[in-house]
Every structure is written in structure tokens, then in C-alpha cells.
Design a protein around this ligand. Sequence first.
Ligand SMILES: [Zn+2]
Length: 222
Amino acid sequence: MENEIILCFGAHADDLEIGMGGTIAKFASEGKRIISVIMTSGESSSPWLKEDVIKEERIREAINIDQFLGCEKTIFIGIRDKDILGGIKHKGLKSFVNNKKTIEKIASIIKKYKPNIIFTHSNKDPHEDHKSTNEIVFKSLNLLNDKKTSVYSFEVWNVVNEPHPRMYVDISKTFRKKIQAMKMFKSQKISVYSLFIQVVLRAIFSGFHTKSRFAERFYKIR
Ligand SMILES: [Zn+2]
């Protein structure tokens, strides 16, 4: 369906590329409108640089990469990242799962775009920020009393199989673009690079299910 609107919620700037970069590129090439929403702004990941410098750089970088894949718009919620050097200053997204303002903000985005499909993290993802993003999205849907919009989860750190229907998207034609997009993240090389092999293997294994070279797997969680 053309003009379909897809809303994608990721905790960090690189999550959507890792979890569904090939699908974003494919959907965009089919004329679907993709809106990317990034919960954090990543200030605390490089402690030796000034926070606002990092924020600006990361936002610019993330917008560039999203556009490269074909996203129509990137929205930053701007919640502070968890301090990866020990979590002393702030506790990450977990402290925002019951935050009224955050839930209302996400709800207003869903209300504005009226997406046909929502993609977000799995609640089985071991990363706290990822799990919290899932929770915030569902709380926002509840606030809107929205019980019918389809929600799919993508995979970043989660490895367990989930008791939900699966959807495999053949990304053979956009896999290279996904990898290119991941390589474009200069500001968070470590997190992207540590997932590289996993991303490739996962795409090959998921490809078996679609009898194609590469695929991405999603769970229909609602
Ligand atoms: Zn992440």
C-alpha cells in the first residue's frame, strides 16, 4: 500500500539501523512514509567532550543516516542517555516509563501521524533503555485508547524467541545499504561495531525463512 505511514521508535540513534535498516530502506523505496523517533540524545556517551557538542553532532549524524535510508523525518525526544561509565548521574529511560510528559509527547506523535504500523524494541531485549522504549510506546497507545494499530518489534540485543507471530522481510536488495548506514555512525562506533557480526548472521538466518539471501525478522507484538 502506498502512502502507508510507518512510525519507528528507537531508544538510541543507531537502533533502527541495526534492527530494521534494510526494511526501512525497502519500505521507503516502495513509497511508504517512514518517521523515525529517537528517545535519547546521547550526551553522556563520550565523557571527554562537551555535552551540547556531542548532542548536536549526534543529531546531525542521525538525521543524515535516516535520510540516507529514506526516512521522511527524524524526531528527537531528547531524554538523557544512561551514563555508561557507571550510571551515577542519571538512570536512563527507565526513569521515564511513568513520566506523564514523555508518554503524552509520544502519544501526540502517534496521534499526529496516525501510523498504519508501529515498530519498536522488544520487551525481551536485555537493554534497559530498549525495554523502557517498548513500555513507553504501549503506555502512549493506552493513553490514546488505541487498540488497533499494529505493533511490531525489531531485534537489537534480544536473542530469545518470542511467542508472537513472526514477519520476515526480504532485504536482499537493501542489505548493503543497511550496512553502509551502520558504518556511517562515527560517533558511536563501539556499539554499532560490536553488533556487526550478529547483524550479518541474523540476516542470513532470517533469509532462510524467506528463501532469500538476507532478511530481517520482526514479531507482531500487537
Ligand atoms: Zn540502543
